[in-house]
Design a protein around this ligand. Sequence first.
Ligand code: ZN
Length: 99
Amino acid sequence: MSHGNFRKCPCPTCQERKRAEARDYMRAYRATGPRTTDARPIAWHIGVLLAQGMTLAGIAAQAGYSHDTLASISSGRVRRVRTTTAEDLLSIPVRSAAA
Ligand SMILES: [Zn+2]
């Protein structure tokens, strides 16, 4: 079975792999102390949520951040985000099946 880019694949196996990678990022940055983290895992996560039919506005509302913040991250304009922002956004669950 071909999953292509696991970051874009919505299947549970790839989602777990993506989550594990995000956790590793978070762990590494926490261990070295910076208060910001690479925005790419969050951009990937937002991409999956969008692919599943969520909107940036919907994600923003659920996470408690502005639409602009979400747009900046998902477009790659922002390279670093606060660790707390990353945790909030990565905690939005990916649905196992699109509605
Ligand atoms: Zn997959």
